[in-house]
Write a protein that binds this ligand. Sequence first.
Ligand code: PMP
Length: 398
Amino acid sequence: ASVWSKVETGPPDAILGIAQAFRECQDGRKVNVCVGAYRDTQGKPWVLPTVRAAERKLLENDDPKDYLPIEGDAGFIAEAVKFAYGQNVDLSTVAAVQTLSGTGACRIGGEFLAQFRENKNIYIPTPTWGNHWKIFKECGLETHPYRYYDRSTNRLDLNGFIEDLEAAPEGSIILLHACAHNPTGCDPTLDQWKRIADALERKGHVAFFDSAYQGFASGDAERDASAFRYIADRKTIPVLLAQSFAKNFGLYGERCGTLSMICSDEEERQRLLSQLRCVIRPMYSSPPRHGSSIVKTVLSDSQLAPQYYEECATMANRIQAMRELLVKTLAEVGSTHDWSHVSEQIGMFAFTGMSEEMCDQLTKDYAIYLTRDGRISIAGLNDSNIRYVAEAIHAVTD
Ligand code: PMP
């Protein structure tokens, strides 16, 4: 027998498993509203023109393929931190490293916290991006849920959220979605963030922001940064930020992101950076350079940067238009349900409130592929399939 004969088959990933089933489906009507990746009006992936322009520049300049330093490309990191915290950010007090997109940023931050925090409790919203649970558990942190979304009202459960922050042991780590909460599309308002910040401050909690959609949510990267900027500006709450360039630059497969920590001074920054390097080195030595070279080239170019912001807004605006059209079409095809929560949500997804059974029926009877939590990736909708999807949703929810 093979030495591997006792290895059992692992469970498929909840989201990527559905993507695989979609690829294998032979039904001509099939629609993929599962995976969170942008699609254009034709249902095709879109490489941003500024990304292509940057790639051409890199080629023309004969950009080398050398290793990056352990912590990544300093020029990229500076642009990324300015993108997150604003052009006037004091870079000497931000310890930041380049990461393998947002997932890698969460992992590096989690590993650091597991090593250096005595209180290893991390509180994660329910629901959340499913990978959060696995990433932080793998890091050796103790994962706990906090209340975030009320399924009976399809709205934020702010009181439950704050109660859970208050009940958590002092100095816990609180995972927060920077904007466009995945999967609910439901974000606190700035006033609500103030109450959340008050609770974080009272309890001495650490704020760990996961920012996977900056600019992609509202179309305005500055506006989408307001929650973590506000909390960092209070200067009383320790802040970590996991930043992904997958969605807002369309660089999914390039694995480009950062993990940054706000420090009290340059000396602390150097100390934290040295430890972050120690986390990274035995994992993958140094990050890939293509994606970060693109982001650096675009954001540091006086012509490409403004053009990039417009392209990002184009994606956000198309998704917003599809969101409104979905709600309108549901009414047109005869649905009398209250879908106002879908109109109010922001970001890539509509969190419909459909049950698992309804989702299963959509897949089985209509070849519409979605996660069983009722989440629809709006980026997968376009003028050619939206009526079909709305009719199917109406049929299973009627
Ligand atoms: N966090 C959240 C909330 C996400 O939705 C995603 C992408 N689905 C990520 C992190 C990480 O994505 P990536 O590793 O591709 O940047």
